[in-house]
Design a protein around this ligand. Structure first.
Ligand SMILES: Nc1nc2c(ncn2[C@@H]2O[C@H](COP(=O)(O)OP(=O)(O)OP(=O)(O)O)[C@@H](O)[C@H]2O)c(=O)[nH]1
Ligand SMILES: [Mg+2]
Length: 225
């Protein structure tokens, strides 16, 4: 394979979805390794993952948060090209994975970012989901991985965005017509889901500040190719 890519998949209580997502990734002709980080899930994600052949499974007993889990994945990735894929996607196909890889593979863009079919209407109108977890990029974008340690658990994407803007990288937004990411309320129930969303949004705002969010979206839109 002359184009080798490491795929990193964060997992926290995704027993209902993680098997299908992992199966699509394992054996994909453009993916060299699939690193799954199960982060202290309290459902049976771990048992399911242990049965999937071909993944590199990293398991934590205690939850560390998405950013630290991803940092561990980046550290163990053997390739310079990285793909990150959320483990809760529904409708992911080998074709959709290929569509995300293609713009970086053929040199059209420096980073590709998915736009899921159930993204917020606002994101669809803007033509960018700036916090989407599905991305393809070069590991060098992240620089010193130790800097990730101080980020909030859901701050990784916003931090990466800051680096993308700083380096003026070319972004390709890949609309995924058949792939959705179930809302937290659907996954974990209304109250837990709502609290999860509030936590996630407040972490992003604490990192960027409200004006910073708007500025980041605006700056990223201009980098689209
Ligand atoms: N390793 C690890 N993965 C996590 C953690 N929290 C969430 N994830 C995973 O990260 C991915 C994204 O998390 P979600 O909670 O779905 O957040 P999101 O997709 O950005 O937001 P919505 O789907 O819009 O609610 C999913 O695959 C989760 O299983 C965590 O603490 N550790
Ligand atoms: Mg999700």
């Amino acid at each position: 394979m002359d184009f080798t890519i490491s795929c990193i998949v964060p997992v926290f209580n995704e027993a209902k979805r993680v098997e299908k997502v992992s199966t699509v990734l394992v054996g994909h002709p453009l993916i060299d390794e699939v690193i799954v980080i199960n982060d202290g899930s309290s459902d049976n994600s771990e048992q399911l993952l242990q049965k999937i052949k071909g993944i590199k499974l990293i398991s934590y007993q205690k939850n560390q948060g998405k950013t630290l889990a991803m940092k561990r994945g980046f550290q163990s990735a053997k390739n310079e090209l990285i793909m990150t894929i959320d483990s809760d996607l529904v409708g992911l196909s080998k074709k959709a994975v290929g569509e995300l890889i293609e713009p970086v593979r053929n040199g059209l863009a420096d980073i590709s970012i998915s736009l899921r079919s159930n993204s917020l209407l606002l994101f669809k109108l803007l033509g960018l989901d700036f916090v989407s977890g599905e991305r393809v990029f070069h590991k060098k974008l992240l620089g010193d991985l130790e800097k990730l340690t101080s980020l909030p658990p859901f701050g990784l994407e916003s931090y990466m965005n800051q680096l993308i803007v700083e380096k003026q990288l070319r972004i390709r937004v890949v609309p995924w017509k058949t792939v959705i990411s179930p809302r937290k309320s659907k996954k974990f129930g209304c109250l837990t889901g709502l609290l999860g969303d509030i936590k996630m949004v407040s972490q992003i705002i604490s990192l960027l500040k409200p004006w910073g969010v708007l500025r980041q979206i605006w700056q990223m839109r201009k980098l689209r190719v």
